[in-house]
Design a protein. Structure first.
Lengths: 1051, 451
């Protein structure tokens, strides 16, 4: 790293010196030259592009009071120009250039940054889209904001079906949970199958309690997510989610080998490039955007029993039985007629707001800008929220052909989780219970108290915790700075480099006060252990730097591009957590009020990683018709065995049919391209230090005779092996193949994109189960044992039904989708062990990784329904015989959570200053396991609330043809229902992802208040969801509907 | 011109950051552990790693308790106190109920921990070979010899615990794996004979590497190698080799037999002893003796006095204390050798005693019908235990065997070796002393292998 820093410094110094020399030369020339005549009779000027040296047509050349345009050769001549006249060339998209007149003058103009429209930029180099052979989706920031005003990932998934955002059914729309994402399917086994923590073992290869900015730990925990690069610098997805969406100028999803091989070991799972806006140049300008977000909980999937039905069910089930006291108590409830809607108690309508302000200005030589953002996302559980504050400062300057810019950003985020606990705690509460204390009117602590089968039962009110000082919060502050340099060398060469530093500090605090219901059953001798405070501090810093050199050259019909670069990165992640117990008062909620530590020492960990890479790309295009590109990449990393360099490559080719002569006359086809690529990439989503054998020292004993004494200090220290290196460990590799077609038909009205791909990930790192005689019980050993294959097809269609630009009326419809299949190709003996592990909760279908089968399959035993004679469930065994006994070995692949097709469709209309759009997400051919039927019907504990369906369709007597087993007081105890095909159901769904309305204020009115570009907007997200799935959604945290009102203006 | 200069600078930069210089930079050791390259960068690291293995061996689940004063001494009948049924492990041990889950768990732990020691040893050996240059003169040999010897020691105990004795099942039955390199993948299970041969091979290698002048008996020395060879040859039934190795140590006279009872542990007679950590020895020993567990005065007399014994035996006279007070008054049942200043805090654990070699030599001599030598050997120990010589110069061959058995009981009280004696001799369970807890019908000398 230090070498790199010095290198870059040296580099910048050199450039500085050179610029000086150049300036000096020009100056001296100016004074030395003193021909008596002050008039140049014939001034010959050629204007050329600095990058490729090609002449620039129609460039405006100003020579004193004369002016004119260059011809196709970039040439213009003027007669009789005075010697000291300043000659200036001005062309659109180029920086203007002025020089003092001399008889023969060549002006080399530097091009301004590419406009996004027809250029593909992978963060390292740029190519015209027409010359790029890979598969990438480019989405403009404006488009994203039109679909979701807060969360770019949710917007992106509507535009790009290959980008999957999964919010688990458990955590719903919790604003403090990062959704899991992946691009084009799966490349790794989930962490639950690929990371093993041996009990008592010392795992120091994995960061405990990582910072939310720690992408190294995040990728191990979530090994299918793409690498996220923010302006070329690797960050965690949460870092981008906590940034204001208004700052995004463009998002690029890199998918196939031709697109990702340039990132080598970071490209395996796909790359998500997020590019931010630069301040607008020109007069000092101010933009403001404000919005109010209203979130309401979506509890429509909950069908819990009301008080009367529940009491009836209790009676039918015989729960009260001969328990007269309990029966009497329940009768009293029946008479009270109370029917509490428990789900309403912890939930709310969250009203949040967002403000975004930028100021900026300047010109090509010096530009500056600042942005401020405050975003308060209020969740639908009481007290659940996420508040982000972002402040950024930008300064950019250009000295001749050298540009430097720097962006410094400060972020602080406060995340609060609801003190009310989880929604699931409320779903199980009976509607006849009274949440409030009848005397004080506040939340009661105890809801019900009775004796049952000799035990004293007390039901506590989770809402009671909400009014105490219960705390569950996280906070982080982050500083990041990125310095970018770019040098237009000329003759087709261009160089750029960057250095980035970021440092983030997180603190999470969880405090359960002594009055919390978690301690309600503590006996008096444990009285001083009540209350718990858990605090974790983590730090994450990353440093990154890179240099790129680009070359372009055109010779007649041959266009060449060459790019090469190097990059180095270091991350350091550290955390320490402590837990205290023994708090006496709910009011004393600080760490220092604890009585003692819960554990004798803090849980600490520290991970340092380094990566160094080099890449090269060569692209050739013949006559804009045939393209060929080759990419090579090499990596070295602290995760690899020592002295190992991992190479990657890709080859891509494309054919622009529309450039062929036989297509030229065609009016229907404006673009028609076919392209394909093959290549390899890798991923580092496994633990650090697996290639190191390590020792730890005994800290509590020494090998000496007798007891420890002064004379024995430092004698007999003992070390023991804690990890054994796999020095032959290879980096997991993904081979990618892609073919695609792009077309623009009917006068650019219909655009079509179709891609088919195949990925094969091999050498996936999995734990090895070792027999104890190897001695490997206390440390984990990993080897390259897994393989996963995925294949799929994706498409996107967009049709402009009306495209009347003159009248300002447009109407377009779009449809996109992806079909993706993942199959296990190889597993390790450890995964075999997981598949057959008996100590698991089989009321939930457990994952089963079988070679040749899907990774996301639902494995359940084939059910023949409820036997009318006995009321027991009849199963089909693996060998085809019938049985009443559930056995995990009889499980079959009963469905797949992964849909056959998934995507979105929508339409947008714009009439003059009004625009509107509606977008839907759909999925077809997916299955799910109806956990509600398992947990809230058959396995339900009748002392708690259950699903409405628990009362009906149950087997009662021989001969009954029933859907569900007989009603019992506690189904899980009397006859538990384990993963059965009876509860595997189809999950076809459609969701109204976004409805948007926008109105742009006429400039006449805007300007009256000194403003311009004033717009009003309304966006509704997740308006409704319709599914064949009849189960509860959002178990611990509900899903939500969001309505956002916004105003944007600039001054 | 200008652009060419830039290019030269750029290319110079790229080559300055070339991959060879990156190699060093990207190689990051684990931050919260000691990388073995760092540990084994000097000789001290090897010592630390070996100390780590001794400390592991001295833990409660191994020689710190379960394989010495605890389970093995209960099964070796060092104690006759009544076992409370609530102390499940001790109760089931006394009943020889090896199939009971408490014994299964205990011996799974023994299996895991001993093989973990083996893995640690194999890693020391692999690193010693790879880094011979870090050792000062001769120390490469001694380190390697010590590790090889210890590897044989541990494997031999694994064999004695988890495989039937040759007397019961011969040498060709499948026994245990003999692990000679660090690998996460399983090694084949060898027969008893093959394991013994592997142990002997390692020990003979160790013998060539170790120096006889090293008398650090808390480590595995050349003398421990000899002693262990004698023990293994005897177990195998190769009495000639057992005798020659035992006599080699006895005749070298480097380990003097005790002449008084000031040190009841007879530390100077030990060829190899382990230290359990001083910080924990108290707790380990307490968890056994303070139960209370020990030998009642009646049976002390039966063992030490009755027959050819005497109340003045160093191992009897004042050698028992009250487990709770550590005093020689009151309920004196616990061996005093584990007590200092009234508390069970002695952390020395005898692994190989000189006296065992006398008994081995005597047993071998007796087997070859040389009862005179055998009696002499036993007498040599007796005089150093404050006993008179046997009245006959040559005992009968049968009596010699009985006397040797009794000597094991007296000499190795609470040290675990008596269990192995019974197992080697395949003594029927009905003949074991003190069956206060009835021995279960499926009793066995072979513990359940966890894999």
């Amino acid at each position: 790293m230090i070498r790199l820093l010095f290198g870059s410094l040296f580099y910048s110094l050199c450039i500085f010196c050179f610029s000086k020399t150049v300036a000096g030369e020009t100056g001296s020339h100016f004074t030395k030259d003193s021909i008596p005549s002050r008039i140049i009779p014939k001034l010959r000027i050629t204007v050329k592009d600095m990058a490729d040296g090609l002449p620039i047509d129609s460039a405006l050349v100003i020579a004193g009071y004369k002016k004119g345009y260059t011809n196709a050769n970039g040439y213009i001549e003027f007669d009789s120009i005075s010697k000291e006249t300043i000659i200036t060339a001005v062309v659109d998209r180029y920086f203007s250039l002025s020089k003092t007149a001399k008889p023969s003058l060549t002006l080399r103009l530097a091009r301004k940054e590419y406009s996004f429209a027809n250029t593909y930029s992978n963060g390292l180099y740029e190519r015209p889209l027409e010359h790029f052979s890979g598969a990438a989706t480019i989405v403009d920031g404006v488009e994203l904001r039109r679909l979701n005003p807060v969360n770019f990932a949710d917007a992106l998934k509507i535009c790009a079906p290959s980008f999957l955002v999964t919010r688990g059914n458990d955590n719903g729309d919790d604003p403090n949970i990062t959704p899991s994402t992946n691009i084009r399917g799966l490349y790794n086994f989930p962490a639950s199958a690929s990371v093993v923590l041996y009990p008592g073992g010392n795992n120091t290869n994995l960061q405990l309690n990582p910072s939310v900015g720690d992408f190294v730990a995040g990728n191990v925990a979530n090994p299918n997510q793409p690498v996220v690069l923010l302006d070329g610098v690797q960050v965690s997805l949460q870092t981008v989610l906590d940034m204001d969406i208004n700052r995004i100028s463009q998002v690029v999803i890199l998918k196939d080998a031709a697109a990702t091989a340039v990132y080598g070991v970071r490209g395996g799972t796909g790359v998500l490039l997020v590019k931010t806006k630069k301040p607008e140049k020109g007069m000092f300008n101010v933009t403001y955007s404000g919005q109010v977000q209203i979130a309401t909980p979506d509890l429509s999937s909950y069908h819990l029993m009301n008080a009367a039905d529940k009491l009836q069910l209790e009676q039918t089930s015989g729960f009260w039985g001969d328990n007269a006291a309990l029966a009497q108590k329940r009768q009293a409830f029946a008479q009270s007629g109370r029917n509490t809607n428990w789900l309403a108690i912890p939930t709310r309508t969250g009203v949040g707001s967002k403000h975004y302000l930028t100021v900026g200005g300047g010109d090509d030589d010096l530009s500056y800008g600042m942005d401020f953002s405050y975003n308060d996302v209020e969740g639908v559980m009481k007290g659940s929220k996420r508040q982000n504050i972002n402040i950024g400062g930008y300064v950019g300057t250009r000295i001749k052909n050298f540009t430097v810019n720097n962006y410094l950003r400060y972020t602080t985020t406060n995340a609060f989780n609801s003190p009310y606990g989880t929604l699931a705690e409320y779903a199980g509460l009976n509607a006849f219970w009274n949440p409030y204390d009848s005397i004080t009117g506040k939340f009661a602590k105890v809801l019900d108290e009775y004796r049952y089968k000799g035990d004293s039962v007390r039901i506590y009110n989770p809402a009671y915790n909400g009014i105490l000082s219960t705390t569950d919060k996280g906070k982080y502050t982050r500083f990041s700075d990125q310095l970018s340099l770019s040098l237009n060398i000329g003759r087709g060469f261009k160089a750029d480099g960057y250095i980035s530093l970021s440092k983030q500090a997180d603190v999470t605090d969880v405090f359960l006060p002594p009055g919390h219901t978690a301690f309600a059953n503590y006996t008096p001798e444990l009285f001083f252990l009540r209350g718990m405070y858990n605090q974790v501090s983590s730090d994450f810093s990353s440093m990154e730097g890179g240099l790129n050199l680009n070359y372009t050259k055109r010779v007649n019909l041959h266009q060449f591009y060459g790019s090469a670069g190097i990059m180095a990165m270091q991350t350091r992640s550290e955390s320490a957590g402590i837990s205290l117990v023994g708090f006496t008062s709910d009011k004393l909620s600080a760490l220092s009020f604890g009585n003692s530590y819960l554990t004798s020492k803090p849980q600490a960990s520290l991970i340092l990683t380094r990566l160094a890479s080099a890449y090269g790309n060569f692209t050739y295009s013949y006559d804009n018709r045939y393209q060929l590109e080759v990419t090579g990449h090499a990596d070295q990393s602290s995760q690899f065995p020592q002295n190992v360099t991992e190479p990657y490559w890709s080859v891509g080719a494309s054919w622009n049919l529309h450039q062929e002569r036989f297509f030229h006359a065609n009016k229907f086809v404006s673009i028609l391209r076919v392209r394909g690529s093959v290549g390899t990439t890798g991923n580092q989503f496994y633990q650090s230090y697996l290639s190191h054998s390590t020792y730890d020292y005994y800290t509590d004993r020494q090998y000496i005779q007798g007891s420890t004494g002064y004379t024995n200090v430092g004698i007999g220290q003992g070390a023991y092996l804690t990890a054994y290196a796999n020095n032959a460990l290879k980096v997991p590799q993904t081979e990618k193949q892609n073919i695609g077609l792009e077309a623009m038909l009917f006068k650019d009205r219909l655009s079509i994109m179709i891609d088919a791909y195949k990925n094969k990930s091999s050498n996936i790192i999995l734990p090895v189960s070792s027999p104890a005689s190897t001695g490997f019980m206390n440390f984990s050993y990993y080897d390259n044992l897994g393989a996963i294959e995925s294949k799929g097809v994706e498409f996107a269609l967009n049709y402009r039904v009306i495209n009347n630009i003159k009248k300002g009326v447009t109407w377009s419809v779009s449809l996109n989708g992806i079909h993706n299949e993942n199959r296990v190709a190889a597993i390790s003996n450890y995964i075999d062990g997981l598949n057959t592990n008996k100590a698991v909760d089989n009321t939930v279908p457990q994952p089963n990784y079988v070679v040749g089968q899907s990774l996301t399959g639902i494995w359940a035993v084939r059910s023949l329904g409820i036997d009318p004679a006995t009321g027991q469930e009849k199963f089909l065994k693996a060998d085809g015989t019938q049985t009443f006994t559930w056995n995990a070995a009889d499980r079959v692949l009963a469905g797949d959570l992964n849909p056959k097709w998934r995507g979105s469709f929508g339409t947008s209309i714009s009439v003059k200053s009004i625009s509107a759009g509606v977008y839907f997400s759909y999925q077809l051919g997916a299955s799910y396991y109806n956990q509600t039927l398992a947990d809230y019907v058959e396995n339900a504990d009748i002392s708690y609330n259950v699903d409405e369906r628990a009362a009906n369709n149950r087997w009662t007597k021989p001969g009954d043809v029933a859907l569900y087993k007989a009603l019992s007081v506690n189904g899980l105890v009397t006859s538990p229902t384990y993963a059965t095909t009876r509860f595997v159901e189809k999950n076809n769904s459609i969701e109204c992802a976004a409805i948007s309305l926008g109105y742009k204020l006429a400039e006449k009115i805007s300007s009256k208040i000194g403003a311009k570009n004033t717009m009003f907007g309304f966006i509704a997200n997740n308006v409704f969801q319709s599914s064949t799935m009849k189960a509860q959604r959002g178990i611990y945290y509900p899903f939500q509907h969001t309505y956002t009102f916004s105003i944007t203006t600039s001054f | 011109m200008l652009s060419r200069n830039y290019l030269v600078v750029f290319l110079a930069l790229i080559s300055a950051l070339s991959f060879s210089s990156c190699q060093k930079w990207v190689n990051v050791p684990p931050q919260l552990q000691v990388d073995q390259n760092e540990l084994f960068a000097n000789e001290q690291g090897f010592r630390d790693a070996l100390n780590g293995i001794y400390l592991q061996m001295g833990s409660q689940s191994l020689y710190g308790r379960d394989l010495t004063t605890g389970v093995l001494s209960i099964m070796g009948r060092s104690y006759d106190t009544s076992f409370k049924q609530a102390d499940t492990l001790f109760y089931q041990s006394a009943a020889f109920n090896v199939q009971h889950y408490t014994l299964k768990n205990t011996f799974q732990n023994v299996w895991d921990s001993l093989y973990l020691c083996v893995a640690n040893l194999n890693n020391v050996l692999a690193n010693a070979d790879a880094r011979q240059n870090v050792f000062s003169a001769g120390h490469y040999n001694t380190t390697k010899g010590e590790a090889l010897g210890l590897r044989a020691f541990i494997h031999f105990d694994l064999l004695r615990l988890f495989a039937p004795s040759p007397a019961a099942a011969g040498l060709s039955v499948p026994a245990i794996p003999y692990i000679t390199k660090v690998s996460p993948y399983a090694s084949p299970v060898l027969s008893t004979g093959a394991v013994i041969d592997s142990c002997i091979a390692d020990l003979l290698n160790a013998q060539n590497l170790l120096s006889k002048s090293d008398m650090t008996t808390s480590q595995f020395t050349a003398w421990a190698v000899k002693g262990l060879l004698a023990r293994i040859y005897l177990y195998k039934g190769d009495l000639a080799n057992a005798q020659s190795n035992a006599l080699a140590v006895i005749n070298s006279n480097v380990f003097p037999l005790a002449t008084n009872n000031t040190d009841l542990m007879f530390n100077k007679e030990q060829l190899f002893s382990l230290y359990s950590s001083g910080n924990f020895a108290f707790a380990y020993n307490k968890s056994v003796f303070v139960k209370p567990l020990g030998l009642s005065p009646t049976n002390q007399t039966a063992v030490f006095v009755t027959g050819s014994g005497s109340g003045n035996d160093y191992r009897k006279l004042g050698a028992f204390v009250d487990p709770t007070t550590g005093n020689t008054t009151g309920n004196i049942i616990s061996p005093k050798k584990y007590y200092t200043n009234g508390s069970v805090s002695v952390n020395t654990l005898p692994m190989i005693r000189l006296t065992e070699l006398y008994y081995i030599a005597a047993e071998a001599s007796n087997a070859s019908a040389d009862s005179l030598t055998a009696t002499n050997l036993l007498d040599s120990v007796r005089v150093h235990r404050n006993l008179a010589k046997y009245t006959q110069t040559a005992l009968k061959r049968d009596s010699i065997n009985i006397e040797i058995g009794k000597e094991y009981q007296k000499e190795f009280l609470g040290e675990g070796q008596v269990f192995f004696y019974y197992k080697r001799k395949n003594i029927p369970f009905a003949s074991l002393p003190y069956t206060k807890v009835p021995v279960v019908p499926n009793a066995s000398y072979v513990f359940v292998k966890p894999e």
